[in-house]
Design a protein around this ligand. Structure first.
Ligand SMILES: [Cu+2]
Length: 249
């Protein structure tokens, strides 16, 4: 199951890691567009500054509308357009719901580990209760054994996903705010105690990727990471079948 990790050797240290999700290219494109526009405005501002220094002033400026208000309005329009576009890209993986066929997985952040829960063949997550949380006894999420849906739930410390299938993650945190992040999948979302936050995406490139915590969540924050394996669909089916056999008594 373990595949060769995508090492940064083929990547530029000055640019983003290779994209491995369906929504990533649009985000990268928007980021690049922002950078080019910022660079163009920087150059333009300096040209205007130097032109103003060199030009001999003849009269007091009276046409404020043309030299101040109009450029200001155009700049405001440009920034508003970029902001709305960015907000839509952000919302597409959050406010717009995942498709009904998306793979459902629960992610829980806790000092200092990530847990991943698959609902099992019944496709329903079992009930959890905070009073039952006992990592030392093999129940880190507080799964309630009296709920029939919890019997087939699979809890893992690694995230395994099929390529080219939409995944709907529900993010939780048990103690403090953690930051769920997979740079290659262009994913970053806080996991907040008391909230269930959905984020959905489609991994496209099989490989092994690091899952990070991007919030300084305590002394062990530096070691709060996990691994994502994106498998081709047929290999994922084999992995899933093997895991279901293991988890069935
Ligand atoms: Cu953390």
């Amino acid at each position: 199951m373990v595949q060769a990790p995508i090492l940064p050797s083929t990547q530029s240290p000055f640019w983003l890691p290779a994209d491995a999700s369906a929504h990533g290219p649009a985000l990268d494109h928007h980021l690049l567009l922002n950078l080019w526009i910022a660079l163009a405005l920087l150059v333009l501002a300096h040209l205007i500054l130097f032109a103003g220094l060199l030009a001999r002033r003849r009269t007091e400026a009276t046409n404020l509308w043309r030299i101040e208000y109009l450029p200001l309005a155009l700049l405001a329009l440009l920034f508003a357009t970029l902001t709305i576009k960015a907000e839509r890209l952000w919302a597409a993986t959050r406010y717009t719901g995942a498709s009904l066929t998306a793979l459902q997985i629960e992610v829980t952040g806790v000092q200092f580990a990530w847990y991943f829960r698959y609902p099992g063949p019944d496709a329903t997550f079992g009930r959890t209760r905070p009073q039952l949380v006992a990592p030392g006894e093999g129940n880190p999420l507080g799964l309630d054994p009296t709920d029939p849906h919890s019997a087939d739930d699979e809890i893992a410390s690694e995230l395994v996903l099929p390529a080219n299938r939409e995944v709907d993650l529900r993010l939780n945190a048990q103690d403090v705010i953690h930051g769920f992040s997979i740079p290659e999948l262009r994913l970053k979302q806080n996991a907040v105690p008391g909230q269930t936050i959905h984020i959905h995406f489609t991994p496209t490139t099989p490989g092994t990727y690091a899952i990070l915590c991007t919030q300084l969540c305590g002394l062990g924050h530096y070691r709060m990471n996990a691994t994502l394996h994106v498998l081709p669909p047929d290999q994922f089916a084999i992995w899933q079948a093997a895991h279901r056999k293991e988890s069935t008594p």
